[in-house]
Design a protein around this ligand. Structure first.
Ligand SMILES: Cc1ncc(C[n+]2csc(CCOP(=O)(O)OP(=O)(O)O)c2C)c(N)n1
Ligand SMILES: [Mg+2]
Length: 622
């Protein structure tokens, strides 16, 4: 209610959007980072003329309505991203504003600004307290994302009470100024003229991103609860509603919008005019630059270009390479064909091997490059990647697997809202060696596999790395985590890119073994060697590589009935109980030691794996 004046003026006057065509590519992006104010957004969408009938507003927060508790991308027309976890929308918006600059640098030509829109955010106190927004704001300032405008709902209230409990001494605008932002003060967020003035100032860019402090009163004008934390989430109650309506001079029953209000608010003709004007500009662009126009339309459609998977590297059996390095080659092979692949790392590019050769760096003065430097800001990196993906790019972002924890809230939102971001996680086990337990992931694979709609792919060698990237790039409806080694791995004989799409497949041994060794990534070659030792001992073993659990459908071919299965993975066994009867695993934190010593210490030698398999076959022979 306190944001109604700002929302009204944005939607009904300032934003370029077309309710009849919510996915018009050059629309202004509006992100309600404070997703708990979802009814504000639903009301604005309804009144503007989006396909959100009053019936849906009545069904607010009810099962299968289009008006869930927090806005969900892909469900409700006009909702640009899923918000609710505070700070995420802010990060997504930075990604959208960045994508706009990246596409503009690639496609706009003199006299043809076909990519040219704002990204507008409403952020609450909570959004600005969260670390992710600070990371994202710092990078946005560095990159001078000047078409990004954030309105801060400065209502001095959070759930627990007034902001003087925890947020009163901070000079938010000074902080943003220090990030390289322009700051604007709105005199009164409840006064339409003051709101208009602030928006007008903010929308006239001075070359920096802009934050506008908008003082409001939460729950305005409810007579007793406005201005207090009681207005945040609890219903006002019948008496307070009646008193509020009286204060506003509003005499209509619930869910009734008077015709003159509907007519006044309806944005369809204004939106159509804006879109038609853009369409004319785009048609002129097509006349002058037909190939570019076709290419831009392809990117907007989300379709990969013809030949996207030609010229992929082939890896020689027996050669030894880390999968982070095979990944670099595969990434570059795809990137040569897929220009919308743009990505980077959180200050570990040379370790994550995420650099596009000759791609050029992205910087404030030049957005034509393809390599992004996120700085040491993992959380914002993932939130920004999601925003870029929502803007039709194919972002990939890298860090060490152990720091996936720093990004997890954004990875989760990518999964929840079907965003195809690609997360490159290298240094995937104790195999990273000397950096020790702080850097050695143990529970991370299990934690990522537990997440619905995230595909976790841990290739065993170069061949599977090809399959991993191919699968990640063809995925449209959710994110992928690529799990890669620091240390060299042998290129195996039985591996196959297609194996990744099967999820689990046999790479060595007979189809009717006495025991199955199931492994992923660096442990597949250990299992292959263990199978050789078992064979010398007169025991037949098969080796099943399981690069992608999420792709596994039928396991009967790889895990024959009645044949015991031993899992071999340098991580916690948590989750492997689904497939295996016993485990060679790590149930503690790691150790600081050379990789070979760390592997030996935790029993990841072919001999120990063979012994464990033998014990599984005849437990009494211990
Ligand atoms: C990451 C995260 N932590 C906690 C919450 C729960 N939560 C929802 S709103 C809110 C704070 C409310 O204060 P503010 O952001 O100022 O919003 P206002 O009440 O002013 O609308 C909190 C803690 C959340 N949504 N996301
Ligand atoms: Mg607040």
């Amino acid at each position: 209610m306190g944001l109604a004046p700002l929302g009204y003026r944005l939607f009904a006057r300032w934003l370029e959007h077309d309710p009849s065509e919510p996915t018009w590519p050059d629309r202004d992006r509006f992100v309600l980072s404070a997703g708990h104010a979802s009814m504000l957004l639903y009301s604005l969408l309804h009144l503007s003329g989006y396909d959100l009938p009053m019936e849906q507003l009545r069904r607010f927060r009810q099962l299968e309505s289009l008006t869930p508790g927090h806005p969900e991308y892909g469900l409700t027309a006009g909702v640009e991203t899923t918000t609710g976890p505070l700070g995420q929308g802010f990060g997504n918006a930075v990604g959208m504003a960045l994508a706009e600059r990246l596409l503009a640098a690639r496609f706009n030509r003199p006299g043809h600004d076909v990519v040219d829109h704002r990204t507008v955010v409403v952020a609450s106190d909570g959004d600005l307290m969260e670390g992710v927004s600070a990371e994202a704001a710092s990078l946005a300032g560095h990159l001078e994302l000047h078409k990004l405008v954030v309105f801060w709902d400065d209502n001095e209230i959070t759930i627990d009470g007034a902001t003087d409990l925890a947020f009163a001494r901070e000079d938010v605008l000074a902080r943003f100024e220090a990030y390289g932002w322009r700051t604007v003060e709105c005199a009164d967020g409840l006064d339409l003229a003051a709101v208009d003035e602030a928006i007008e100032t903010a929308f006239a860019s001075d070359g920096r991103p802009t934050i506008v402090r908008v003082p409001t009163t939460i729950g305005y004008p409810a007579p007793t609860k406005s201005g207090t934390s009681k207005a945040h989430g609890a219903p006002l109650g019948a008496d307070e509603i009646a008193a509020t309506k009286e204060a506003m001079g509003w005499e209509y029953p619930p869910f009734v919008v008077p015709d003159e209000v509907s007519a006044h608010f309806d944005q369809r003709s204004r939106g159509q005019a804006a879109r038609n004007a853009w369409q004319q500009r785009f048609d002129a662009y097509r006349t002058d630059h037909p190939d570019r126009a076709t290419e831009l339309e392809r990117i907007w459609s989300g379709k990969l270009p013809d030949g996207w998977d030609s010229d992929l590297p082939v890896f020689e059996t027996g050669s030894k390479t880390a999968t982070r390095k095979t990944s670099e080659r595969v990434l570059n092979a795809f990137a040569a064909r897929v220009p919308e692949m743009i990505g980077g790392s959180a200050d570990l590019a040379a370790s994550n091997n995420t650099t596009i050769a000759d791609g050029g760096d992205v910087g404030a003065k030049d957005f034509s490059g393809r390599n992004l430097h996120f700085g040491v800001r993992e959380h914002a990196m993932a939130a920004i990647a999601n925003g870029m993906a929502l803007h039709q790019l194919r972002p990939f972002v890298g860090t060490f697997l152990t720091f996936s924890d720093y990004m997890r809230p954004s990875v989760r939102l990518a999964a929840l809202s079907h965003i195809p971001s690609i997360f490159v996680f290298t240094h995937d086990s104790i195999g990273l060696g000397e950096d020790g337990p702080t850097h050695q992931p143990i529970e991370h694979l299990a934690a990522l596999r537990a997440m619905p709609n995230l595909e976790v792919i841990r290739p065993a060698d170069g061949s599977e790395t090809v399959g991993a990237w191919r699968r990640a790039l063809t995925r449209q409806d959710g994110p992928t985590a690529l799990i890669l080694t620091r240390q060299g791995l042998p290129e195996l004989e039985g591996t196959d890119p297609d194996g990744v799409d099967h999820g689990a497949y046999r790479v060595a041994g007979p189809s009717d073994p006495q025991v199955v060794l199931a492994a992923t990534g660096s442990e597949v070659s250990v299992a292959v060697d263990a199978a050789g030792i078992l064979s010398d001992r007169g025991i037949t073993a098969s080796v099943v590589s399981m690069p992608c659990w999420e792709a596994v459908s039928d396991t009967s071919a790889v895990f024959p009935d009645g044949v015991p299965v031993l899992s071999v993975e340098a991580a916690t066994s948590f989750g492997w109980q689904r497939f295996a009867d016993a485990h060679v695993s790590i149930e503690t934190f790691g150790v600081s030691a050379p990789a070979s010593d760390a592997f030996a210490h935790f029993g990841f030698s072919p001999e120990n794996v063979a012994d464990a398999a033998q014990r599984l076959l005849s437990p009494s022979e211990e």
